[in-house]
Design a protein. Structure first.
Length: 117
């Protein structure tokens, strides 16, 4: 496993910290997610998506259904990525973003974190 890039997006006082990893096994994904949860104890949500060959998973991690895991997975698939994990640690800033706002925030975070230029 290798951390390829990080990116932080701030919207209405909420922070979205995106992490882009190269991974080869589901065990690596589990280890990374557990480490992110330990490192970011004050964060309530760490949605993520990964693709390792035919193994594809996404989770909203208690965000409203379809507002975080799916937008992240869409970015992975649109960019034909494989052996990758994108996780986004969200710190709530006190202002609700609504479903559309969350979808845009998670999608943009995933889009920017894979932009390695």
């Amino acid at each position: 496993m290798k951390l390829l890039n990080t990116y932080t997006l701030e919207i209405k006082k909420s922070k979205f910290n995106a992490y882009y990893y190269e991974v080869d096994t589901i065990e690596e994904v589990d280890l990374i997610i557990n480490n992110l949860k330990k490192e970011h104890k004050r964060s309530k949500h760490i949605p993520y998506a990964y693709k390792i060959d035919n193994y594809i998973k996404k989770t909203d991690d208690k965000e409203p259904s379809g507002t975080s895991g799916m937008p992240i997975l869409n970015i992975i698939e649109k960019n034909n990525l494989n052996h990758c994990l994108i996780a986004v640690v969200r710190y709530f800033g006190g202002i609700k973003l609504g479903s559309g706002g969350l979808i845009r925030a998670y999608s943009n975070s995933a889009k920017e974190v894979i932009n390695l230029r």
